[in-house]
Every structure is written in C-alpha cells, then in structure tokens.
Ligand binder design. Structure first.
Ligand code: G4P
Length: 530
C-alpha cells in the first residue's frame, strides 16, 4: 500500500467523558467490532476505582493497565483505527489534555440521565479551543433519562457546541424501541423484550410511509415523524467541512452496554472523521503527507519494575514514515538517535514494528532522555506546539525527609516531572521546590514512586496558592515590571522551562494584580506565545 493510502486510512482519536458515562464500555464495543478482542470485559477496570485514593496497589495496577490500554488499535473495513486512552479520573486530567494533542478527532460520551457533567465540560473546552472535530454519543438510552431535545439544548449551552443529530431515539428507558438513523435513513429496532438483540437497520427513507405505524405503533410513529420534522427545521444539516473545522458536532444516541447504536457510530465515524491532520510547529505547519519523518512525545510511562528504570515514550507520528533503526534528530538535545525496538500497539498487546505511518503511535524505550513535548525529525529543527501545562489546582512544598538521599530525591522529582506526573516550581526567593498537581492523588503517587523507584523520601507542606499564572511582561525592563517583581517577590517562581510564574493566592489577587500592573500579562497556561 502506498504512503498516501496509509495516511488516508488512519483514524486516530480519543474518547472523552465524565467518569461512568460509559467510555470503557464504548471502547470495548468498538474493539469487538474490529475483532480486536473476543469478549467484553477485556478493557474493563481501566480506571481507578472510586475511593481508592490511598490504595497504592490500585495505583500500580492502574499504571500497568494504562500502559496496556494507552493505544488500542484495530482495523475496521480497511481503516486503521487508533484509540488513544484518556484517563477519566479527574486527578489525571493533565494526562488527558496532553493526549488530546495527539488525536485528530474525539468522541464525547454523555450519560442520558446525567447530561453534561463537569469533567466533560472541561475536556470539551480544551477540544473546542483547538478546533478538534467532535462527535457526541449520548449513552444509556436503555435507561430513563432526559428528554432528547432538552439534552441537545444542554449540550449546546453547557458545552458551547453547535449540534446536528445524526440519529434520534424512539422512546427511552422502558419504552426504548430503537433509533432512527438520520444519517443513513434507516430504522434500527430492538427485537425481543429484553432489549438484548438488535435487528439490522432497515432502509426507511420516507417516514410518511404507513408501514412505520405497523412496525413501531401508531403513537411512536407519529411522535417520530414530528420529532424528525422538528430536527429538520431547528438544527443545521450535517456538513462535513464544518465538522472537520470543529464548527459542527454530529450527535448519535445509543446504548454502549447493549451494543445499540455503536455500529452506526463507528460506520459514520470511519466515513467522516479526519485522517491525520497537519500540525503546527513553532517554525511552520507540518503536513502529514510530507515524506520526511516528524513526530513528538505526548506521553511517558515509567516501567513498573523499579529495578529497571527505563520508560516508554509514546510518539505520535505527524508526517513521513517512522523506520526501525533509522537515525533521527532529537531536536531538544541535538543528538542523533536510533531505535532498534520501536513498539506498535494493538488491543491488549504491543509488538516491534519495522515502520509506522502518520497517525500511528510508536512506543520507544527510553532511559531518561525524553521529555513530554520533544520532537523527532530527519534533521530539521522543528518544535511542535500544543503541549502546554495548565495551572495546577493544588500546591505543596516538597521537603526532603532523608538528608542522605537528596540527590536521589531531586533526580526522582526531575524524572517524574518529565513524565508529566506533576509540575515543579522553584521559588525565586529561597529556591524551595513546590509541586503543583491537578488532583490530590498525585502527591501520594509521587511520594510512593520516589520511595520505591528512587529510594528517596519526601514530606509535603501546604502552600496557600490558588493558581499558577505564567508571567509575560510587555517590557522586561519597565519600571512597572521591576515594581511587580519587587512587590510579588515572595510569590514568584520558575517552572521547569525557566519561565516566570506568579503563584497567586486567590482570584481576587489575580484581578488586583492585573489592574495594578496592566503591562504585565498573566496567563493560565504555559504556552501563551503565539
Ligand atoms: P467510564 O469508562 O466512562 O467510567 O464508564 P464505564 O464504561 O465503566 O461504565 C460505567 C457504568 O455504566 C458501568 O456500570 C457500565 O456497565 C454502565 N453502562 C455503560 N454503558 C451503558 C448503557 O448503555 N446502559 C446502561 N444501563 N449502563 C451502561 P457499573 O455498574 O459501574 O460497572 P459494571 O459492574 O457493569 O462493570
């Protein structure tokens, strides 16, 4: 198969949702369709159980599983589908944000009864900011839930999306009969009372056909006709260009658990979802069809065995063909590197590959050379954009609890930060180190891993910071900036890249500071330069 065909047939995407909306179940059903797994339950438990915050075995188990499910690849109708796993647990949101830099589109799963939940809002906002094409799957239609139109309204309002229903439920919960597939003009009905068997979709392009009354009953048929008419009037028609530009979001209804509406979703997905897209580097836009290899590290996973401190760096191929043993430039260090055993991922297994194409993810064994965001090329000095750090929500000082092991502690902290476990800030005034995280769980992970992998011990001390603001002065030499630095001295720190950060203790402080020093801009992500 030639290079362009390989690119065209790839679909690399992520599924995002609030925990429990059904992401794991949907992933599994998609894998079943692709023949990548044989039975349901294979991907299950790919999440930290609720209330397991102190259970280290659980964290370790999770780390093990999350390597196995980091990338789930399968072939469906000749399309190579790569699902990038995104942790649902909110404490790992930062991981999910980074994974979103490596996807070409996403599927958003929403629970029909719960509607739009906080974690969905956050993740969708990130996708919206980046104009990532999104499909919405409203799940659990076999249960009593919100009215479909109300839900569509909620999705539009809370998520700021512009939706176009591609299917519509016939009844819900106890009365759930099936779905009218607007996209293919087909009727998909449950057969039997237990809602476990599904009839193949029957062509039904004209809903005024009286046969509809015979099939689903007069009342349901009338309701469906009215609803579809309303949809025609109220919602924009599907337009692929708008979807690809992130301006229109097709919505599907179904039940992942009962495998209902999943095939329709998958069929539409492979047809309309984008193949690998061009990606912005600081220097230029890189097209996936360029023949020279480019790629970037979006995730680093430490080995679970503390005796072997090698890690697996996940590289998304942006352009060109990645070849085993070929020399590539590791742009940040300027070194030439070769990989003798790059891994490709499938469902439940990984294996060494000779070549990979744009859209694919390659796993590289790394002994500590890679950082998240690093770029590989065939020689060009390119740096891919779009792996920003967001402001952490928790801040704690790190204290060394074993003075004999300070070297180990700092090395361990450094490496864990490269993996993206948390963010490290060094206070300008006294050099104390502050670890910032999205969730409290990370502090336990860090403490545990420092001890078990690096033989170092640490304790924490709370720091009453509310947000990290990356500081950008209009003029670094201005009196205003000098005054800002003098007055805020105690709250200034450097991040790992050496960028200046202001650790503000409240929203109020941020506002006051902005009013007082209008020429000193405060940003809430590390990547504010255009
Ligand atoms: P997540 O990855 O988004 O966190 O969600 P997951 O797929 O694990 O689903 C969360 C719960 O919702 C699971 O139940 C799952 O079986 C259920 N579920 C998923 N899709 C549907 C659906 O279409 N209909 C209904 N009724 N339930 C659905 P659980 O009780 O937490 O787990 P389990 O004991 O079933 O494994």
């Amino acid at each position: 198969m030639n290079f362009l065909k390989e690119i065209e047939r790839r679909r690399t995407f992520g599924i995002i949702s609030h925990p429990d909306a059904g992401k794991t179940t949907l992933t599994e059903k998609l894998l079943l369709f692709g023949g990548a797994i044989q039975e349901a339950g294979a991907v299950k438990n790919n999440k930290i159980k609720k209330g397991a915050t102190s259970d280290f075995m659980e964290i370790e188990r999770q780390r093990g599983i999350s390597v196995a499910t980091s990338v789930l690849a399968f072939i469906y109708k000749d399309k190579k589908i790569n699902i990038l796993d995104t942790p649902g647990h909110k404490d790992f949101a930062e991981d999910t944000f980074r994974t979103l830099t490596a996807v070409d589109s996403v599927i958003v799963v929403i629970d029909v009864a719960k509607g739009v939940e906080p974690q969905t809002e956050k993740l969708v906002e990130v996708c919206r900011m980046r104009s990532i094409p999104m499909l919405v799957f409203i799940n659990k239609l076999d249960r009593e839930g919100k009215d479909a139109f109300d839900l569509l309204d909620e999705v539009e309002q809370k998520l700021g999306l512009r939706v176009t229903p591609m299917s519509f439920p016939i009844g819900m919960g106890y009365d759930f009969k099936g779905i009218y597939n607007i996209w293919e003009k087909k009727l998909n009905l449950f057969s039997g009372d237990n809602k476990t068997s599904i009839s193949e979709g029957v062509e039904f392009s004209d809903l005024s056909n009286p046969e509809l009354d015979t099939i689903i009953g007069e009342t349901a048929a009338d309701t469906l006709r009215e609803e579809i008419e309303l949809i025609d009037e109220v919602y924009p028609a599907f337009n692929q260009e708008e979807y690809l530009e992130g301006k229109l979001q097709p919505v599907f209804f179904g039940s992942a658990l009962n495998n209902f509406g999943v095939k329709e979703l998958l069929e539409a997905f492979i047809e309309i979802a984008p193949s690998p897209q061009p990606k912005k580097a600081e220097e230029r836009l890189v097209d996936s069809k360029e023949e020279k290899l480019t790629g970037f590290v979006f995730k680093i996973h430490a080995n679970m065995d503390p005796k072997h401190r090698d890690r697996l760096a996940f590289i998304k191929i942006v352009s060109g063909t990645f070849k085993r043993n070929a020399p590539y430039l590791h742009v940040r260090t300027g070194k030439k590197v070769k990989f003798s055993s790059p891994n490709a991922f499938f469902a439940e297994r990984k294996e060494i590959v000779e070549e990979s194409f744009p859209g694919d993810i390659v796993g590289i064994h790394d002994t500590g050379n890679f950082k998240i965001g690093d770029t590989l090329t065939e020689g060009e000095a390119l740096n891919f954009k779009g792996i920003p750090s967001f402001s952490p929500e928790h801040f704690r000082y790190v204290n060394n609890a074993d003075p004999m092991k300070s070297k180990q502690l700092y090395k361990g902290l450094d490496q864990l930060m490269d993996e993206g476990v948390a963010q490290l800030f060094t206070l300008e005034m006294n050099g104390r180190r502050v670890v910032g995280t999205v969730g409290a769980l990370q502090y336990e992970v860090i403490q545990y891993r420092l001890e078990h992998e690096y033989g170092a011990k640490c304790t924490y001390e709370n720091l009453a910071a509310h947000k990290a603001c990356w500081v950008e002065p209009e003029n670094p030499k201005s009196d205003e900036f000098i005054d800002f630095k003098r007055v805020k001295q105690r709250y200034l720190a450097k991040d790992k890249q050496g960028q200046l950060v202001f650790l503000a203790d409240s929203e109020f402080t941020i506002q006051m500071t902005q009013n007082k020093y209008p020429s000193v801009k405060l940003h809430f992500t590390s990547e504010f330069k255009k």
